[in-house]
Design a protein around this ligand. Structure first.
Ligand code: ZN
Length: 260
C-alpha cells in the first residue's frame, strides 16, 4: 500500500489530507498518521491532487558511513558502531519542489538513501525484537549536503540542515522488503549511484533497535539509512532523482538560492 499526504489542487485549498494511492486514484484516509488508517470513502484522481512530503517528522536521524565504498570515497574508516547525526525537520521538501543551493556553500552534493518511516512509538527494543510492528513503511530520501561546510565545520549541523536539503517521498510503501532494496540516484537522466541494502554495514532492523535504545522514535520520524558510493556535486539547473524500485522516484529540480 502506498501512503501519501496531499492537498486538493484547487485555488485557496489548505486542508492537508492523508490518503492511499492506488493506480491513479487517491483514497482519503483517516486515523493516526502514518501508523493506523482507515478509508473515508472519498477519492480523487491523482491529477487533481498535489502530493506533499509524506510525513512531517519530529526528527530525521541519519546514519553516516553505512556503506563501505562510500566511507572509502570520502577517506573515512568504517565505524565500529553506527554513527548518526540529525537533520533539521524544517529541511524537508516534497517531490517536485526545488532544492535551493545556499550562497554559503560552493559544493552541494546529493545522497540517495532508503528512509524508514516510523508508524508507532518505539523505545528500548530488545536484541532480535521484531521492528515491523513499529514501522509505517519506507520511502526515498535525498540527504542533500553542503560538502565543503561539512569538512570545514567538522560537525554536520549546518551542512545537512539548510532549508530544502531533505527531499522526501513521494509516498510511503508499507509492504516493502527492505532486504531487497536497490537505491539509485539519477542526475539529468544519468545514473550516478546504485547500491543495495545488502551492502549496508548496519542493516535496517539493527539500526532501528539500536536507535530505539537512544531516543524514543515517534510516528512520522524518519531514519535515513546512509548513501552508497557515487556522490558528486549538483549544479543549478540539474534535476536529481532518487529511485527505489517498489517505492517510486523522488524527483527535484536544483536552483541557486537568491537571497535578498
Ligand atoms: Zn547521508
Amino acid at each position: 500500500m502506498k501512503l501519501c499526504r496531499f492537498l486538493l489542487s484547487e485555488p485557496g485549498e489548505k486542508t492537508i489530507r492523508h490518503g492511499i494511492l492506488e493506480a491513479d486514484r487517491v483514497h482519503q484516509a483517516q486515523g493516526d498518521w502514518p501508523g493506523s488508517l482507515s478509508r473515508t470513502g472519498e477519492s480523487w484522481p491523482l491529477g487533481r491532487v498535489r502530493l506533499l512530503a509524506p510525513v512531517t517528522p519530529s526528527k530525521i536521524v541519519c546514519v553516516a558511513r553505512n556503506y563501505r565504498k562510500h566511507a572509502a570515497e570520502l577517506g573515512n574508516a568504517v565505524p565500529a558502531e553506527p554513527l548518526i547525526f540529525l537533520k533539521a525537520p524544517s529541511s524537508v521538501i516534497a517531490a517536485g519542489e526545488t532544492i535551493e543551493m545556499p550562497p554559503d556553500s560552493a559544493r552541494v552534493d546529493y545522497e540517495g538513501e532508503l528512509a524508514v518511516v516510523i508508524g508507532h512509538a518505539c523505545s528500548r527494543l530488545g536484541p532480535g525484537q521484531a521492528i515491523e510492528p513499529y514501522l509505517a513503511g519506507f520511502t526515498c530520501l535525498n540527504d542533500v549536503t553542503a560538502r565543503d561546510l561539512q569538512k570545514k565545520d567538522g560537525l554536520f549541523g549546518r551542512a545537512k540542515s539548510f532549508d530544502t536539503f531533505c527531499p522526501l517521498g513521494p509516498v510511503i510503501e508499507t509492504e516493502f522488503d527492505w532486504k531487497q532494496a536497490r537505491i539509485e540516484t539519477w542526475v539529468n537522466g544519468e545514473r550516478r549511484q546504485h547500491g543495495s541494502a545488502a551492502e549496508m554495514i548496519y542493516p535496517v532492523d539493527e539500526l532501528v533497535r539500536w536507535l530505539s535504545r537512544i531516543m524514543t522514535l515517534l510516528p512520522g520520524d524518519v531514519i535515513a539509512t546512509g548513501t552508497p558510493e557515487g556522490i558528486s556535486p549538483l549544479a543549478a539547473g540539474d534535476v536529481v532523482e532518487i529511485a527505489i524500485e517498489g517505492i517510486g522516484r523522488l524527483r527535484n529540480p536544483v536552483a541557486a538560492r537568491s537571497d535578498p
